[in-house]
Design a protein around this ligand. Structure first.
Ligand SMILES: [Zn+2]
Ligand SMILES: [Zn+2]
Length: 319
């Protein structure tokens, strides 16, 4: 099968070996896949991963348990052992033995087919297009923020970073009715926020006052973290959504002095994301900058690095 593979570097492979499908797994024919910051970090060596890249996708089940065959699906990416202490404690996303689609120990979805446990699948309702469904995984990650910290209408909240993930997080937060600002440097994505009635603030014009209850850091840069800390009130909550390939030199003194709550935040609830898309509460279509064919995957990853683009998709198979 065709695949976009990372070894020493990223390359398109015409004849990647067929996938072995494990017990209880489904083989999914991938229609459309999304490139996110994690893929770009992996391509720089984050996680020490080697294999087929990609974890955001929508496709059709080709083989596996009968009740799933032929259905259009999205898939959660953590594949837990169901046996370890963390799995037993209901923390399967943190399973000690887990593999993660396209990130750790398991081939990803930038290929004709991907194998995933049937229990990871969610059927996509007809009203949601492939172009929308491909956003379910990152949108679920955005919903994790509101699952982890309580946000009320009077809460002052900021999202730092108006890239792919930041725009999803900002839209999810806006739906809570909280007092929200989105801080970014890209005029195009700030304009996107404005159109969604989210108050945009250019990084250049920002006057940070330590007066926000919650700040969500979505830039993936040490500078973004610095801005986030400067905006947080004492005893406020800092939510970290970005992973870094390189260790950033962090000044943690403000965390101590201002008694900041630091909250790491990763994968989130798929049902919340599917429900929001079905109800047209979150606009993802306007975030797609370009769609490439899988053969041009290397070029697509390059495009995803450009600040001029928001979301880059890979068209892999027609539905
Ligand atoms: Zn992702
Ligand atoms: Zn486990």
């Amino acid at each position: 099968m065709r695949a976009l593979v990372f070894g020493q570097r990223v390359s398109f492979v015409e004849a990647y070996p067929d996938i072995e499908v494990g017990d209880g797994e489904c083989l999914v024919r991938v229609h459309l896949a999304g490139i996110c910051a994690t893929d770009l970090e992996i391509a720089k060596g984050y996680m020490g991963f080697a294999g087929v890249l990609g974890h955001e996708f929508v496709g059709t089940v080709e083989s596996g348990p009968r009740d799933w065959r032929g259905r259009r699906v999205v898939s959660e990416i953590n594949c837990p052992c169901r046996k370890c202490d963390l799995c037993q404690a209901g923390l399967a996303n943190h399973c000690r033995e887990r593999t993660v689609v396209g990130i750790s120990g398991r081939d990803g979805c930038f290929a004709d087919q991907v194998a995933v446990p049937a229990e990871n699948l969610h059927a996509v309702p007809e009203g949601i297009s492939d172009e929308e469904a491909v956003f379910v995984e990152p949108l679920a990650a955005a919903y994790q923020v509101v699952r982890q910290c309580s946000i009320e209408a009077r809460s002052r909240v900021a999202v730092v970073g108006t890239g792919r993930l930041g725009l999803l997080v900002a839209q999810v937060l806006a739906a809570t009715g909280c007092r929200l600002v989105a801080v970014g440097r890209n005029p195009a994505t700030l304009l996107f926020c404005e159109k969604k009635q989210i108050q945009p603030v250019s990084t250049r014009e920002l006057v940070a006052r330590q007066d926000h209850d919650v700040v969500v850091e979505c830039t993936g840069s040490p500078e973004g973290l610095k801005i986030a800390l400067a905006m947080l009130r004492p005893r406020g909550t800092l939510v970290l959504k970005s992973t870094y390939a390189a260790a950033a030199a962090l000044d943690l003194a403000p965390v101590v002095v201002n008694e900041i709550n630091v909250l790491g935040s990763r994968c989130g609830p798929f049902p919340d994301a599917l429900d929001a898309l079905a109800r047209r509460q979150i606009d993802v279509s306007a975030m797609v900058s370009r769609t490439f064919r899988l053969e041009r995957g290397v070029e697509a990853l390059e495009a995803a690095r450009s600040p001029d683009h928001i979301k880059i998709l890979l068209r892999i198979n027609s539905p």
